[in-house]
Ligand binder design. Structure first.
Ligand code: ATP
Ligand code: MG
Length: 439
């Protein structure tokens, strides 16, 4: 153990974890591109004020979880606790809405920072992938975003996704509901946690988000948002749910779902997944409709909808459910030499194969052939090519298939094609099918 360790709540990514991490990000990016979302990268830090304005003063994220500091120019800076605020700030700063056909569809990925108590699936530096649709004019944009999130999880192999959905209603409904909550919690708030006491004054809806068990019992009996929604809000929500039915996306309406950030209004949702052992890491992703953020930070009046996934939680689930994704990919070829003289030739051959997009490794230490085969197996190499005196003279190489324990002499000019065919799973599968058909 060295003198320095990673900071509390942070981690180093490598090996199988990183492999899975990259698969997750690739799949999510490719899916978003299928829906014609374009990537955007924004800074990791922004003015603290931006996050207070967007997430809301009363949100846990702003009150307790931000990494905030003054820079050397005395500016109040925060590491981003989420990406939506920065993306919308960028849309406004660069007037991206001006010369685009609305809605604007953007996706992002990268680290976010929250000063939280670290636990499984909860870090202080973690990664999010998310999308934002900016300039929503139809409930179908909400549906499209929910659908993208759901289909993306399925594409990752997470088939048993539980989608929880709720509506916070429009402004008028919300105000009437807030009053009802005030009346209900008035004489109960004294016995509740400190956070709830603050929420009671700053943003009472957040009380429903409380995770303290004792408080949960009180919250269970509180007035239901459903009873305070006006017809417009109900109709909008009904149309969203009906469309999800048509898309065959199962969901569960959860009237207690309110989400931790203040900017949502209308439809909100979370994706949950329990691992086979029943471990629930919390939501793997969440999002909703937010109508006022663009105008609140100085842009035109554009409604938006978006979601964010927590990459580490997805990786942890995949490690359990599809362990193959957690494995580093096999090495295609290991080149072994017989005698010191063959080492340089091996590197030349490696260079030729690598130029042809084949991944190759070899050793520059003079070792016996059997110890090189051991090394190749340790690196999970699929093929082993032998370079010795004859091979250097004739340019014909012995290619061993390390799993099937077969061997074949292949000339230099056929080598790339031969290796490609050996490594291509579809071609091998087809030939097996073919044989089966004949039985
Ligand atoms: P939670 O209720 O679990 O604290 P949240 O509501 O604060 O989540 P969001 O702000 O909606 O989370 O962020 C979107 C996603 O980012 C979450 O669904 C989760 O998967 C992930 N996430 C949030 N906080 C963390 C964290 N500290 N470490 C790892 N992932 C996180
Ligand atoms: Mg949180």
């Amino acid at each position: 153990m060295g003198k320095y360790q990673p900071q509390r709540g942070t981690y180093d990514a490598y090996g199988g974890f990183l492999n899975c991490f990259n698969i997750v990000l690739n799949v999510l990016s490719e899916m978003a591109k299928q829906y014609n979302y374009k990537e955007i990268i924004t800074p990791i830090y922004e003015s603290t004020d931006l996050f207070i304005r967007s997430s809301g003063e009363g949100s846990d994220v702003v009150r307790k979880e931000m990494f905030s500091f003054k820079d050397r120019g005395d500016r109040d800076i925060s590491l981003r606790p989420e990406m939506t605020a920065g993306v919308i700030r960028s849309v406004v700063s660069n007037k991206l809405y001006a010369n685009a056909d609305l809605p604007l569809k953007l996706f992002y990925k990268g680290p976010a920072f929250r000063y939280e108590r670290p636990s499984k699936g909860r870090y202080r530096q973690f990664n999010q992938f998310g999308v934002e649709t900016i300039g929503v004019t139809s409930y179908l944009s909400d549906v499209e975003v929910i659908c993208l999130g759901y289909r993306s999880l399925q594409e990752l192999g997470l088939l048993d996704v539980k989608l929880k959905i709720n509506t916070l209603g429009n402004q008028a409904s919300r105000e009437r509901y807030n009053q009802a909550l005030k009346d209900y919690f008035q004489d109960k708030i004294e016995s509740m946690c400190e956070d709830c006491k603050t929420r009671f004054n700053v943003n009472i809806l957040r009380i429903l988000d409380c995770k303290v068990e004792e408080d949960q019992k009180i919250i269970k009996e509180c007035p239901k948002l459903d009873d305070y929604l006006d017809d417009e809000s109900k109709e909008y929500f009904r149309k969203v749910l009906e469309m999800l039915d048509q898309l065959n996306i199962p969901y569960e309406v959860d009237n207690t779902l309110v989400r931790g950030l203040d900017y949502y209004s209308g439809v909100v949702f979370e994706y949950h997944y329990s691992s086979p052992e029943g471990v629930n890491l919390g939501a793997v992703g969440a999002g909703g409709h937010y109508p006022n953020l663009v105008s609140e930070i100085g842009g035109p009046s554009l409604e938006c909808v978006g979601f964010a996934f927590g990459i580490e939680r997805l990786v942890t689930l995949l490690e359990d459910i599809i362990p193959e994704t957690y494995k580093e990919p096999d090495l295609s070829v290991f080149i072994g030499h017989i005698g010191k003289e063959a080492i340089e030739h091996s590197l030349l051959l490696a260079d030729y194969l690598r130029e042809n997009y084949i991944d190759v490794d070899l050793t520059f230490d003079d070792k016996s052939l059997s110890s090189q085969i051991k090394l190749a197996n340790k690196k999970n190499a699929r093929l082993f090519i032998v370079v010795g005196e004859d091979e250097m003279k004739n340019y014909v190489y012995q290619v061993k298939d390390l799993s099937q324990k077969t061997q074949m002499a292949v000339s230099y000019c056929d080598l790339v094609d031969y290796i490609m065919e050996k490594l291509s799973p579809s071609i091998n599968d087809e030939s097996e099918d073919f044989e089966n058909d004949e039985d």
